[in-house]
Design a protein around this ligand. Structure first.
Ligand code: FAD
Length: 628
């Protein structure tokens, strides 16, 4: 039976070309097959152009509270805190720390203190220095350690956590059974086993004060400190807190990015700003969870990955609390900057079925306070009342230290400009969200995805040990939206490019089974440096590191287990259950999105790497076994 449909393209202004491709399938109902070829305008709809940055951790939407300054007072507080732990000075410590709590009752700031409390306990000379305590930095550490077994690595982070991964913050953690006071942030992985958000437990890490004494090496995170400048000539970094200087031989900049806010909120008074947040950290997760349990309406602004994932997760999490979840954005549909318009439209309908009130094609024009709620006046004249706004409007690369350090940033893409070896200046590298790198195959790029931070961090780490390898391994990304949508992408996934798509109906059973048996490639990415193929060929001295109490891999949880509510099937619209979307440039495949198809990202990577022109993409699509 041959069933084919031509997709009705909507909101496409120029040069549209629709084409049907027919597939035969022996199974009844298995082959709604479709291919669309289109060339359309880029959707120019970034709500947050010129938006300034507002960090979310502060009380009442103000700037995040600074961790305590390293002063005599700190020492006193620390000593009193220690006494409190011993049960002797508890009251005194509580009195001191209670001051902060009072000042900032709605704050999502971390509760731990700066490590170390005084900069004198930070080594002033190290071989490897990492700026930023996120995924890219930690991946660089692993690569350095596997090539330089006794490496002593100092990591400086302005967060008060040891390194952790961010993706579960908008997905798995919302479905976890963890108790509200469990700060290990445990969640269920793909295989059903549990793990923590943190890559390694606290005891894996060295103290900064003892790092240089440990001849077996290790990594010491300096937490709650900001690097304000790099002196690239004299190879040292200068801390913002008290101008403390640290010399290095090799330095990595992996400062990530900061979520954007919107001018309409940023310019509002604090009694409005305290009901507006951005979302990036475990503290933001905690804060939003409490709001979801206690308030009536949460409004998410933004159509991208984060906004869409959070909307779906909140819709499910908030059901027992009767939470109403709204998602509004400037674009015409969810993920409009990733998906072709017809697929974005279809996804939007699905998200509505999950229980999210989606309001597309609008911006917030004005905001005011309505008793204990916010009143949003939209550009189409509508008024929306909400308890909390969560702005998910993209990210700005953290490049504050660039110009003062004589480092180039990319005016168009943002981020520190680095070459294919990820080097910005001699012995200074950049990786992760903050790096604007040269991809020899696809040109200059900046990528904000977990796997990219793993892959680029690893490459930078290897090159810091002298490997001098170019960027060759294409990273991938993924997203999960409710029970019916999961996808993985690679390369240039940009709907302003010409796209060709082939779809078939999904088989939910197969998805579940195959995922459990063979997790997709991205879950293996983090383990890759431990695999034999990645190990250096020359013999390295074996060095025992601190005991690992936990496996480091991150595996995607099985969404089917989360018992999403059953939805009415909508038979009136096409079913884009499962398919492959090719993104084309100069007749070559430069990006691939695998829609509800898993474990095939390696094949997609190979196709992009081959850099071929294809006469018939049907044949290429068949390689992905979309009907099996
Ligand atoms: C909620 C959420 C969900 C996500 N889900 C996905 C997903 O499903 N799939 C996917 O592919 N990607 C996802 N991402 C994106 C992914 O997590 C990021 O691309 C990744 O974390 C980037 O890693 P990084 O190390 O470059 O930056 P970060 O993780 O941001 O780390 C940078 C660190 O540097 C610190 N820092 C910044 N400036 C300084 C300074 N001057 N001095 C000291 N420290 C500094 C920052 O505070 C931060 O701790 C998600 C992101 C978020 C927020």
């Amino acid at each position: 039976m041959i069933v084919s449909k031509l997709v009705k393209l909507s909101n496409v202004n120029a040069l549209r070309l629709g084409r049907q491709i027919h597939f035969s399938s022996r199974g009844v109902g298995r082959s709604v097959c479709l291919a669309v070829r289109q060339l359309h305008d880029n959707m120019k709809c970034d709500q947050s152009v010129n938006a300034n940055v507002l960090k979310s951790k502060g009380c009442d939407g103000e700037k995040p509270p600074e961790p305590p300054k390293p002063s005599q007072n700190d020492s006193m507080k620390w000593i009193l805190g220690a006494l409190a732990l011993g049960g002797l000075g508890g009251l005194a410590y509580l009195l001191m720390s209670g001051k902060d709590k009072e000042k900032c009752s709605e704050s999502s700031k971390p509760t731990t203190a700066r490590v170390p409390l005084l900069t004198k306990d930070i080594p002033n000379k190290v071989k490897y220095l990492l700026i930023g305590g996120g995924t890219a930095s930690f991946s660089a550490f692993r690569a350095i350690k596997s090539h330089d077994a006794r490496a002593q690595v100092l990591m400086i982070s302005n967060e008060l956590h040891v390194p952790y991964m961010r993706p579960p913050l908008s997905k798995e953690l919302w479905f976890s059974d963890q108790k509200d006071d469990d700060k290990t942030y445990r969640f269920k992985q793909w295989t059903g086993s549990e793990r923590s958000l943190f890559f390694e437990p606290e005891q894996f890490f060295e103290q900064p004060s003892t790092l240089m004494k440990n001849d077996k090496g290790g990594i010491a995170p300096v937490q709650g400190y900001t690097v304000k400048r790099i002196d690239s000539k004299n190879k040292k970094v200068i801390l913002k807190e008290d101008d403390y200087e640290i010399e290095f031989e090799k330095c990595l900049i992996a400062t990530g990015c900061t979520p954007k806010n919107l001018n309409v909120f940023e310019s509002a008074p604090s009694h409005i700003r305290n009901k507006v947040m951005i979302y990036r950290t475990p503290e933001d997760f905690e804060k939003l969870k409490t709001i979801a349990q206690t308030k009536k309406v949460v409004t998410i602004i933004g159509s991208g990955f984060l906004g869409s994932e959070l909307a779906c997760s909140l819709a499910k999490y908030g059901k027992p609390y009767n939470l109403q979840v709204q998602q509004m954005y400037h674009e015409g549909g969810n993920l409009a900057k990733i998906l072709p318009p017809y697929l974005s439209e279809w996804t939007t309908k699905k998200i509505e079925q999950y229980g999210v009130d989606v309001i597309p094609n609008i911006q917030v024009k004005e905001v005011s306070r309505d008793h204990d709620k916010l009143k949003l006046l939209l550009t189409d004249g509508r008024v929306v009342i909400t308890d909390q706004v969560v702005v998910c409007a993209g990210c700005n690369a953290n490049t504050d230290l660039a110009s003062i350090s004589g480092l180039e940033t990319d005016g168009r893409l943002g981020g520190f400009v680095v070459n294919a070896e990820l080097e910005a200046r001699s012995d200074i590298y950049a990786a992760g969200d903050a790096a604007c790198f040269y991809d020899p195959l696809l040109g200059r790029r900046r990528v904000e995805h977990h796997d990219h931070s793993v892959v680029s961090g690893r490459l930078a780490g290897e090159n810091m040990t002298g490997m001098n390898k170019p960027y060759e391994h294409q990273s991938m990304f993924w997203s999960d939206l409710g029970p019916d949508i999961g996808f993985e992408g690679i390369g240039l996934v940009d709907p302003s490019l010409e796209t060709v798509a082939v779809f078939a109906k999904p088989s939910k059973l197969q998805r579940t089974t195959s995922n459990l048996d063979d997790p997709p490639a991205h879950y293996k990415a983090e383990q890759k440096e431990h695999s034999s193929e990645e190990k250096p060929t020359e013999k390295k001295e074996e060095v025992e590191h601190k005991p690992k109490t936990e496996e480091v891999k991150y595996e995607k949880p099985e969404m089917a287990e989360h018992k999403w509510p059953a939805f009415e099937e909508d038979h009136s619209s096409p079913d884009y259950g499962k398919g492959v979307i090719f993104y084309m440039k100069d007749n070559k495949v430069v990006g691939i999105l695998l829609w509800n198809i898993f474990n095939r990202i390696g094949l997609a990577r190979t196709i992009i790497k081959q850099d071929n022109t294809y006469d018939d993409l049907n044949e290429v699509a068949k390689l992905f076994a979309i009907h099996s």
